[in-house]
Design a protein around this ligand. Structure first.
Ligand code: FAD
Length: 279
């Protein structure tokens, strides 16, 4: 069972609880990106089971008429199995979701997965003329070239700073350098993309920069933040008229996700404890 301390960051263990969470947030005009926790499967069976769970989740989102979508992880859907498993499983999900008008995001994992993730994303986005998005990471030096390639693909792109500890031969390691790269990517996207920009960051400076770019170029964008992180800011941004999506993971594999949130920021444990203690 999900302990109360983790429920600040995880929308329960079942699809029912995830849908309930989305319904509650929709009432506050925040849209929701649901992610079934799971990654790095080295057998086909759990990958197929999660693919089926995602198709079922898409049906639930559609039936409930929610402002919600899904976000999947490549290594959860067969990437580590080699061959065509990843492409097949993701294609099944995206085809299923497109028929129900539910959007599918593809998370980005470490740099060894970037090429295949972008290739599969591009093929599916062109096949469905949108309906799918991919994440790109500012800490990777290659990303500037990648977004030039993605500029005319009919999907969405989520810009994040990057969560993986990458080798220094291919990645910016200093926080200030990652921030600078993030700004450069946003500037390029607001100038050259027709829309479909997602600012996946909790950083007030990056969000202010994006709103300034929006004022300058008029390009549509959305802001994405994690469940349990700066939620007051999420509601505040909605009140200011911005489109906000909350990324909410769920499922029984919650422990390592919760542990990561606490490890990256010790205050998160304090916040979670306060939520449990009701102060
Ligand atoms: P940071 O650079 O960590 O912090 C900058 C400032 O933001 C802080 O000084 C503070 O003011 C504020 N802030 C940050 N965190 C908190 C907090 N917990 N509480 C209060 N204030 C805070 N990474 C990937 O590699 N692949 C993905 O597919 C991916 N998907 C993501 C999807 C979403 C919706 C989000 C929000 C992030 C995703 N990430 C992904 C993670 C991302 O790469 C970063 O590791 C993470 O978002 C931290 O960077 P940041 O821009 O939020 O801010």
């Amino acid at each position: 069972m999900l302990p109360p301390i983790a429920s600040r960051f995880v929308a329960g263990e079942s699809p029912e609880s995830a849908i309930d969470h989305a319904r509650e947030l929709n009432q506050r005009n925040v849209s929701v990106i649901l992610n079934l926790l799971g990654e790095h499967y080295d057998e086909r069976e759990p990958a197929e089971a999660d693919a089926a769970a995602y198709r079922d989740l898409v049906d639930r989102i559609d039936e409930a008429g929610l402002s919600a979508c899904i976000s999947i992880k490549p290594s959860q859907l067969g990437l580590d199995l080699g061959g065509d498993a990843f492409r097949e499983l993701v294609t099944d999900i995206v085809d299923h979701a497109a028929a129900r008008d539910v959007f599918v995001w593809i998370d980005m994992e470490d740099h060894t997965t970037t090429d295949v993730t972008l290739d599969v994303y591009e093929d599916l986005a062109r096949k469905h003329d949108g309906g799918v998005g991919v994440c790109v990471q500012a800490n990777l030096e290659r990303t500037r070239e990648d977004i030039e390639r993605l500029a005319d693909v009919p999907g969405k792109v989520r810009f994040v700073k990057g969560a993986y500890d990458e080798p220094k031969s291919i990645a910016h390691k200093e926080k200030s350098r990652v921030d600078e790269a993030y700004r450069d990517l946003l500037a390029y996207a607001f100038e050259h993309f027709e829309g479909g920009i997602a600012v996946g960051s909790h950083d007030p400076a990056m969000i202010d920069y994006a709103t300034d770019l929006h004022d300058e170029y008029g390009t549509d964008f959305e802001i994405q933040m994690l469940m349990g992180v700066r939620e007051d800011a999420q509601y505040d941004l909605v009140d200011r008229g911005y489109e906000v999506w909350q990324y909410a993971p769920y499922g029984d594999k919650w422990f390592s996700y919760f542990y990561r949130r606490v490890r990256e920021r010790k205050e998160n444990l304090l916040f979670a404890l306060r939520a449990v203690l009701g102060r």
